[in-house]
Design a protein around this ligand. Sequence first.
Ligand code: SF4
Length: 361
Amino acid sequence: MFHRTETVPVKVGNLTIGGSNEVIIQSMCTTKTADVKATVAEIHRLEEAGCQIVRVTVNNKEAAAAIKEIKKQISIPLVADIHFDYRLALQAIENGIDKVRINPGNIGRREKVEEVVKACKARGIPIRIGVNAGSLESHLLEKYGYPTPEAMVESALYHIGILEELDFHDIIVSLKASDVPMAIAAYTKAAAAFKYPLHLGITEAGTLFSGTVKSAAGLGALLSMGIGSTIRISLSADPVEEVKVCRELLKSFGLITNAATLVSCPTCGRLDIDLFSIANEVEAYISKLKVPIKVSVLGCAVNGPGEAREADIGIAGARGEGMLFRYGEMIRKVPEAELLSELKKEIDIIVDHFEKTGEIP
Ligand code: SF4
């Protein structure tokens, strides 16, 4: 898997986005930011699912004030999402935010931009420029007629230019569109046009089902080209689902080292066990593991041993029972009713060994 390493590394709290670092998973809170209790609870759920950076909307003074308390109660970097109002950016920075998402060209007078940049510089806080096909600057819409990938990249370069003029370079850029081909073209052109790390996303992608497919299509195409240093999937769903989709997508490209993978068959007429419920339960069981274990759940002995050879642990069903495999070797037969619990026990043994030694046995 090619991973683009020629981007400039940018520090966000205790993490670094870009350079040769892993693609960082992000999500965004759905709570009112001023509701500290609800926001912290959501961030903890996101972190447990594997979210590495979380963004909150800062749309009023109460939200900016809440950042101080939220920061005390979480351990992953926090990003403030700000539109237009530079005073909210200053207040968020003052309260300990780790990154600001704001477009310098939308802040207004030069002195206001300078103030935000000065505050970010003083605290080592990066700025994400968030270009969105749906809200391009009017001069670009006049020039291009409608949103195009070229207009999006020109918008990014316009905002980058403002920051560079002020000798500010801790920049991350996103170029989001809900149209998949447009987003792919915009990110591809941006990757060729500048070296700042790219934050990938398909905006307003849709519900859990359609949004997952759309995001996987667009962001998968980009990741396969080695483009993207951080990623957020936008779904009309619980944001924990966004994190799960991010992790699955990165796994598909070998871009995540601390996640468990499930291989399961689609089933066919040979099936003699209740495979769907076993596969779903195993998926839920391993979804939060931070261990690079591969588990296979196959319906019968036709492909079971072959797939299990590639996995660390696996099962293949038979009539009323199943075979447990470790690295392709059958270790024992188990009645169907005990198949799931026995597989979980074997997974626990591998996880335990990994946690003690850092290696899969
Ligand atoms: Fe069918 Fe067996 Fe293949 Fe599953 S593993 S699809 S049950 S042949």
